[in-house]
Design a protein around this ligand. Structure first.
Ligand SMILES: Cc1cc2nc3c(=O)[nH]c(=O)nc-3n(C[C@H](O)[C@H](O)[C@H](O)COP(=O)(O)OP(=O)(O)OC[C@H]3O[C@@H](n4cnc5c(N)ncnc54)[C@H](O)[C@@H]3O)c2cc1C
Length: 299
């Protein structure tokens, strides 16, 4: 891990910026709103806006993220095709958990008043309990809040029981953080087969599911489950990351009547975006290969 970390940190910032460009909508909210507007007006694609930043260690940084999200909420008040995604570690989890909770609630309160969806992203396994406890506590008070479940974790099937009675709003994905085999599947095929199993359980229990994958085979399998279970349209959508080349898949899904939402990250400066991509490349070395493949495809 140490070697990989130093190697990734050796890649010059301008090169990382080139890698990051397809995945980051820009270095301002204004640019992001343009992206979000054109995704919807040109392609009927919904967005969830994410301000890049995680594991913040100072209250100043946290509060500036909270303010930036408040501004984002003001801007998307009339844009019902946009939602936001937030991360507990960006909201102060590593400083003080009750401070973090207060900041999250501040955003949920504002979002709820304007009927905007907020998804609390799921981070590494140290935060799973905190995030789910917070979610089950806040969901009855703020109906517009969603969270994320990671199908690589063995515990997720059991965690679904904690959502009983909540009519939860769940983004289901394999999870980006590496976790040891003591707690998680380590083969992608197993993570994805488990995703289908969990999809059935969540749908049976009446939760809303956003299926977060770019794997065309598993999108097809998810659609088969949806058809077989006669899942109402209001109970599901498909989500993908901006920058992953899936234009045809978006189009096919939308033509079929599915909702498609892209995760649209932005940064307040390119140095934040570069730091983000470096962390991702270190955490998940397979990203490095995918990013390179993606760049080559575009050129
Ligand atoms: C909307 C959304 C939100 C997410 N939120 C979270 C979260 O809160 N917590 C969390 O842990 N994880 C989150 N993830 C990440 C997710 O868990 C996976 O790590 C990621 O989606 C890759 O898994 P996959 O199912 O697409 O399968 P993969 O096998 O990784 O990818 C399938 C194919 O898609 C393409 N692809 C995938 N990713 C990339 C990429 N970055 N660049 C280029 N091509 C790519 C490749 O062709 C690849 O072969 C989110 C993903 C999405 C789509």
């Amino acid at each position: 891990m140490y070697i990989k970390k130093s190697l990734v940190n050796l890649i010059p910032a301008p090169l990382v910026k080139i890698f990051a460009s397809p995945y980051v909508s820009g270095d301002s909210l204004e640019k992001t709103l343009k992206t979000v507007d054109s995704l919807f007006s040109e392609k009927r694609i919904l967005s969830t806006i994410d301000l890049l930043g995680e594991a913040e260690k100072t209250k100043e940084k946290v509060l500036s993220a909270v303010l930036a999200y408040e501004k984002t909420l003001d801007e998307i008040k009339e844009r019902n095709y946009a939602s936001i995604s937030i991360k507990p570690s960006q909201f102060g989890y590593y400083i003080d958990r009750s401070f973090c909770e207060k900041n999250i609630e501040r955003i949920l309160e504002k979002a709820n008043n304007q009927n905007t969806l907020v998804t609390i992203d799921m981070e590494d396994i140290d935060l799973t309990d905190f995030t789910l406890e917070l979610y089950t506590k806040l969901k009855p008070k703020y109906p517009n809040v969603g969270t994320v479940l990671q199908s690589r974790l063995y515990r997720t099937e059991k965690d679904i029981e904690r959502l009983d009675g909540l009519k939860a709003h769940i983004r289901l994905c394999i999870g980006i953080y590496n976790v040891s085999k003591q707690y998680a599947y380590t083969r992608k095929k197993d993570m994805k087969e488990n995703l289908l199993k969990l999809l059935r359980i969540l749908l049976e229990k009446g939760h809303f599911v956003a299926i977060g994958t770019h794997d065309k085979l598993y999108i097809k399998k998810a659609l088969e489950i949806i058809d077989e279970m006669k899942v109402p349209k209001e109970q599901r959508e498909f989500q993908m990351l901006m920058g992953v080349p899936r234009d045809d898949t978006h189009k096919e899904l939308i033509e079929r009547g599915e909702k498609v939402r892209l995760y649209v990250p932005y940064a307040l400066s390119w140095s934040d975006a570069i730091a983000y991509l470096r962390r991702r490349m270190i955490e998940s070395p397979s990203i490095t290969g995918l990013v390179l493949k993606n760049l080559l495809k575009r050129n």
